[in-house]
Design a protein around this ligand. Structure first.
Ligand code: CA
Length: 212
């Protein structure tokens, strides 16, 4: 089961960094850059956890937390640059599950997410982040790919595709899912992208074409 995270953050670079990190770990990520965008997403998409920035262009994230707490028991982790103790306590009292002060590390974020989900009874399988097979080593955490001990250089898109395949190891993944995750929801019909990049990956990793 893929867990869906709603990331509410108006800073584009933080958004991109967190989204990428969570996708590598196998989460599906929907992003919102404002309170109104977040509210729209929450109306229409199933969300398992919310990462909530406080300073948003159309209001304070705390308002959304309050509204969420009135109707749903969704785990909410606040991510903010504000770090006064009183502020944290107020948010935790208002029902936030946890509070991360920016800047934070990916490892810390992932640990807090696992704890929050566990408290709600949602087990999160430890992420598959490393694969070793037939002379090929892929380490998603360090973004390292080795073929017979030699580093292989992959473009960002090739890496994203490989990361998805490693995460899905042993499970069926459709063309549409891969296209949506690596290129975006609007590219699900562009199967030629996938053929092209899969060909490049196979050539670089020297995978036997007969093997999936
Ligand atoms: Ca902000």
């Amino acid at each position: 089961m893929t867990l869906q995270v709603l990331l509410v953050e108006d800073d584009g670079s933080v958004r991109a960094f967190v989204r990428e990190a969570l996708q590598v770990e196998g989460f599906a990520v929907i992003t919102a850059a404002s309170l109104s965008e977040a509210e729209a997403v929450l109306l229409h998409a199933p969300v398992d956890l919310v990462l909530l920035d406080l300073g948003l262009p159309d209001g304070d994230g705390a308002e959304l937390l309050q509204r969420l707490r009135q109707k749903a028991n969704l785990p909410v982790i606040v991510i903010s640059a504000r770090h006064q103790e009183a502020h944290k306590v107020r948010l935790l009292d208002a029902g936030a599950d946890d509070y991360l002060t920016k800047p934070f590390s990916v490892a810390e974020l992932l640990a807090r997410i696992r704890v929050s989900l566990r408290h709600r009874g949602t087990a999160v399988a430890p992420a598959v982040t490393r694969l070793e097979r037939d002379g090929l080593t892929v380490d998603l955490a360090t973004r390292q790919v080795l073929r017979d001990g030699q580093p292989v250089h992959l473009t960002p898109t090739e890496f994203k595709l490989l990361a998805r395949l490693v995460r899905q190891a042993g499970r069926v993944v459709t063309h549409r899912q891969l296209l949506a995750v690596v290129w975006g929801a609007e590219f699900t019909e562009h199967t030629h992208y996938l053929r092209l990049y899969m060909g490049q990956l196979r050539a670089k990793l020297e995978l036997h074409p007969a093997e999936p």
